[in-house]
Write a protein that binds this ligand. Structure first.
Ligand SMILES: Cc1cc2nc3c(=O)[nH]c(=O)nc-3n(C[C@H](O)[C@H](O)[C@H](O)COP(=O)(O)OP(=O)(O)OC[C@H]3O[C@@H](n4cnc5c(N)ncnc54)[C@H](O)[C@@H]3O)c2cc1C
Length: 384
């Protein structure tokens, strides 16, 4: 019996945009450390910014399976754009899962038009990668909510239209008593407070931002006061975890393809042979491909289980980002060694893949923290 694989039209569309637009600008974006405006605009035009917005609000209503495949396809051509996309989808998901948020429908409809970009401003200078415990705290003055915070990394800083910000709740007792707010990009009091000059994902624009008595009305509060932590855990954590894994997977896939091409195209002229004639290099390529294929299957399974609402998927969701981040570090390291000087001297995009792959492990929850969470989950201990 022949099994015909049905191609997902959104993944095909993402792949086409990735090859025609993202790939064209990826090296320049990396060299200049510039935000990929053309690529993000192309995602909007293709309808991909509204991918996970419910169909009733004008989006594609896609679930995690399509989302991870799309994100991985983008990351294979430009990981900076894929990470911008991931933060956008996480901001979207916060609103999707906040039924009491008064501006929910209007904002999601705007996102579905493809002309509005979202991001998360969670990490703070004070609590670093422990984004679940902001040190900033909202101050209430009647209907005005005053937000003051030093956000340490905000992807698409200065470019996003929609910032989802977490801050300590006004009546917080526990470290995790936080509230999420929507802050439009042009709100007075919000500024970029430093540069982003990363070793990888150089097009991300992940600069620090300062909020100084940024005043928003109650309608901009995404959840009830103090209900930010469960919303982050329910809406952001799963999508960020599998999306980050998809970025790592795309990067590793690109490095593998780059090395394959290099082994075929480069010659040992004195021996009248291609570089592919060296058995150890072929074996390394095989190791890379096995790692990529294994993790692709793992991620597809987790995404499918999330989509089906499997109540036992949390452990695998926690594993997904940590596993894919480690895999991408190993695969890109192997790629660098396999490519020799051609990789070291930046002839190939493999060197960019190597640098881009390093971000995931330090993005919160970091791999260290995830290993601790996974260990606790296995031992029936509370994560926080
Ligand atoms: C490219 C990029 C884009 C980003 N974009 C965003 C964004 O859009 N929005 C946002 O909110 N944040 C963003 N971040 C921030 C990110 O999520 C982390 O908060 C940040 O990378 C943490 O860096 P740090 O130096 O503060 O780490 P630290 O918290 O100082 O960690 C230092 C080391 O300690 C380890 N460590 C920390 N806590 C524990 C623990 N409990 N147990 C064991 N080990 C631990 C870490 O794993 C790490 O190795 C981004 C980061 C990067 C690199």
């Amino acid at each position: 019996m022949t099994v015909t694989k049905v191609e997902n039209p959104w993944v095909a569309k993402a792949d086409a945009v990735a090859h025609s637009v993202l790939a064209r600008h990826a090296n320049d974006v990396d060299d200049m450390g510039r935000w990929p405006a053309e690529s993000v605009a192309a995602l909007g035009e293709a309808g991909l910014l509204g991918l996970t917005v419910p169909a009733a609000l004008g989006g594609a209503g896609a679930g995690p399976t399509t989302f991870t495949a799309v994100t991985s396809a983008l990351a294979a051509q430009c990981a900076s754009t894929a990470m911008i996309y991931l933060m956008h989808v996480c901001a979207t998901q916060v609103m999707v899962r906040a039924p009491s948020f008064p501006l929910r429908e209007g904002l999601l409809k705007r996102i579905a038009t493809g002309r509005h970009l979202g991001t998360l401003a969670f990490s703070e200078k004070g609590s670093r990668s422990h984004f679940w415990a902001p040190v900033s705290q909202v101050v209430l003055e009647g209907d005005r909510h005053l937000l003051s915070a030093d956000k340490s990394w905000v992807t698409s800083a200065g470019h996003a239209d929609i910032y989802i910000i977490n801050t300590r709740a006004s009546r917080a007792v526990e470290l995790t008593d936080s509230t999420l707010y929507y802050v439009p990009g042009d709100t007075p009091g919000m500024s970029i407070s430093g540069d982003f000059n990363g070793m990888g994902l150089r097009g991300n624009g992940s600069a620090p931002m300062r909020l100084e008595k940024v005043a928003v009305p109650t309608s901009h509060r995404v959840c009830d006061d103090g209900a930010g932590f469960p919303l982050m855990m329910e809406a952001v954590l799963p999508w960020f975890q599998v999306g980050s894994a998809a970025v790592s997977l795309g990067i590793a896939r690109a490095a593998t393809a780059g090395i394959r091409q290099h082994l075929l195209a480069s010659k040992l002229e004195h021996l009248h042979q291609p570089l592919a004639s060296l058995m150890n290099l072929r074996a390394r390529l095989a190791q890379m491909q096995i790692a990529v294929d294994t993790h692709a299957a793992f991620l597809a399974d987790i995404s499918h289980r999330m989509e089906e609402g499997d109540p036992n998927v949390l452990l695998a969701v926690l594993e997904s980002k940590a596993a894919a981040a480690e895999m991408a570090l190993q695969v890109t390291d192997l790629a660098m060694r396999t490519g020799g000087g051609a990789c070291f001297s930046r002839h190939l995009s493999v060197e960019r893949n190597f640098r881009d792959a390093r971000a995931s492990a330090v993005m919160a929850p970091t791999t260290d923290v995830l290993h601790d969470f996974i260990g606790k989950a296995l031992l029936d201990m509370p994560l926080f």
